[in-house]
Design a protein around this ligand. Sequence first.
Ligand SMILES: *[C@@H]1O[C@H](CO)[C@@H](O)[C@H](O)[C@H]1NC(C)=O
Ligand SMILES: *[C@@H]1O[C@H](CO)[C@@H](O)[C@H](O)[C@H]1NC(C)=O
Ligand SMILES: *[C@@H]1O[C@H](CO)[C@@H](O)[C@H](O)[C@H]1NC(C)=O
Ligand SMILES: [Cu+2]
Length: 722
Amino acid sequence: MEGFPSPKHLLLLLFTAALLLVSLSLRSFPTIRSLSSHRYSFRGGSTGTDGSGETLHVHKNPYHPLDPLTYNEIKAIRSILASHPDFASPNTFPSIHSLSLLEPEKAVVLAWRPGDTLPPRRALVVAYSANHTHVLPVDIASRSVLRHVVRARPAGYPSLTPEEMERATKAAAAHPDVINAVFYRGLNPSSGVVCGPLASGWYGPEEENRRVIKVQCYAKSPNFYMSPVEGLTVTVDVDTGGVIRVSDQGLGIPVPRNRDTDYRYESQRRIPTTEAVAVNPMSMEQAGKPSMRVGAGGHAVQWAGWEVHIRPDARAGMVVSRARFRDPEGGGAWRDVMYKGMVSELFVPYMDPGEGWYFKTYMDAGEYGMGTNAFPLLRLNDCPRNAIYMDAVFAAADGTPFVRPDVVCVFERYEGDVAWRHTENPVSGYDIREARPKVTLVARMVASVGNYDYTVDWEFQMDGLIRVKVSLSGMLMVKATRYGNLSQVPEGEDLYGTLVADNIVGVVHDHFVTFYLDMDVDGPSNSFVKVHMETQETAPGESPRKSYMKVVREVARTEEDAKVKLKLYDPSEFHVVNPSRLSKLGNPSGYKLVPGATAASLLDLDDPPQKRAAFTNNQIWVTPYNRSEEWAGGLLAYQSHGDDNLAVWSKRDRKIENKDIVLWYTMGFHHVPCQEDYPIMPTVFSTFDLKPVNFFRINPIIRAAPYTEEDLPVCNGVHATL
Ligand SMILES: *[C@@H]1O[C@H](CO)[C@@H](O)[C@H](O)[C@H]1NC(C)=O
Ligand SMILES: *[C@@H]1O[C@H](CO)[C@@H](O)[C@H](O)[C@H]1NC(C)=O
Ligand SMILES: *[C@@H]1O[C@H](CO)[C@@H](O)[C@H](O)[C@H]1NC(C)=O
Ligand SMILES: [Cu+2]
């Protein structure tokens, strides 16, 4: 910030700016209105709870061992912590960075039956005070802190609280150099700017021994992401609230102020258009009662052959547990499929090495929280009319509970697809025409982590398949440029992205969504089998054929055997099987992981962000089950160094054959932005499947009935006619 004068009248602005600059937490909460509260109960919204959300939750009790902590349980935990000797004296209560269910031991959960008394309810609390991270398992009934692990810096930190982000953002926005910088660019520092906190990643000694956050600013507008104050980056010490450094490398780069960035309907509907952009509203209808049943407690859902426990989670967004299937031939026995599945981490590195961009290498689950950044779903648009909704009860930084309504929805869906079919060619002499419609159950949550919106769907099919889908929308993270046209860009200058609008570059980046998949196929003892497909040459004279594709199975003995980099010309299937549960034919019961479109990181393995996110070095990993190894980027991911993550755990090369194992899969997206991503991105998505292989004797939905006109009377509207 050297080199340009600070006009005298700016000093006057200084003081008001500190008070008035709206600190909008770009990558955490949109804290526009209630700066004092981060609870966002969304009273009187579309939730039907009408402000009574908290009241409803005050009377709710847990029913299932995996039910999330209730309102009263969080209150109890807060009071237990407050009376803990280390925190009991005035002003020693730590800030609470995470407070969530500490799941009972797996064996205890597996043994639990509906109606049994609940195993002890416990929480895992991650707190921070006086430069120390505290990890505290707490038992509610005995009002005891079971352990108290204190970690001094620097070993990675818990995600920042909204209050910390807000404090840092305000400190940055009030800094004289920042006020100068925005004023110089023609913006009104007290009313025309929003600033937001950005996780700093970790880049070595300069950031050692302190918690650091970066703050960048935008010209105020409903879509302020499209108006960055380019090159202005403020580094703030989170603990002291002090500004460490103001860097301004963007002088001369105009702040883009394009007029076409407001994506809100109220603004778009006013724009005259000749195109027909509307189709008539559509919905699904179901004859009779819903087929989905929600058990006592509100989290165990039964549908078709499935039973699954679904809960919101501050870090993972949504946790899917105890997925079991009732085998139509098994005398009604429930068969285990997956003990627990969730987003473990989400790594988003941007590909511009410049001063204002190099650090943008986010780990959204561990640094921000997918659930913390999940807001109420929008009825009829995020989820169809027949959806049921689940509220989240989370803990605020002071340890008190608050209710975030409608963060998960669950619904049955008819997509217009076919579950199975065959039409017999009449030449055969048979007139057979059979088709069955496909209906599925979807559990959905959306995390709006700053500019990006991640929709995560767990879709359960009647035939036993689980499809996981991640959809991306929201706003590009863009860079302002002086260029309005590619022809102006000097030969050899790298934009690090695509010019998507006047003076706006959509910067190239990746998204890696790493899933934790604790498969328990017919029980915990499973093996991971790589089913290779190889080219086999025929022997001379053996056949008119020269080659065929041969299947070779390889059971992974240790973690090393199970690290997989996907290759089109060296393909495999990836099976999780139960070696002691053989079918009558001798095939082990199994589920296979079927990757969909995906991408692998191209960063150097020694690049600091890639070291921290080394869990993306392979698309597939398998580890032995360990309750403390759930978060691929480590429990304390903020400014982590990469010494506690999946890649490090896996170096132990533990045995994984016929053991309780966890499968990790990373779904990747390379994102080279294009004009259509502006000013808001049409949704892109990818999927992976968990598909039964030799789990059922035969096609489990062979007995499903076809639909007839009588099954589906037209309730409203008209038939489409040719
Ligand atoms: C925490 O660390 C900061 C340096 O980032 C230091 O200024 C402060 O005094 C420390 N606070 C305590 C309570 O030790
Ligand atoms: C952009 O550059 C191209 C090629 O030089 C030119 O044809 C076009 O008119 C330019 N557009 C604008 C808006 O300057
Ligand atoms: C479980 O994981 C933790 C964290 O990686 C490790 O310290 C511990 O040794 C592991 N336990 C076993 C039994 O491997
Ligand atoms: Cu993207």
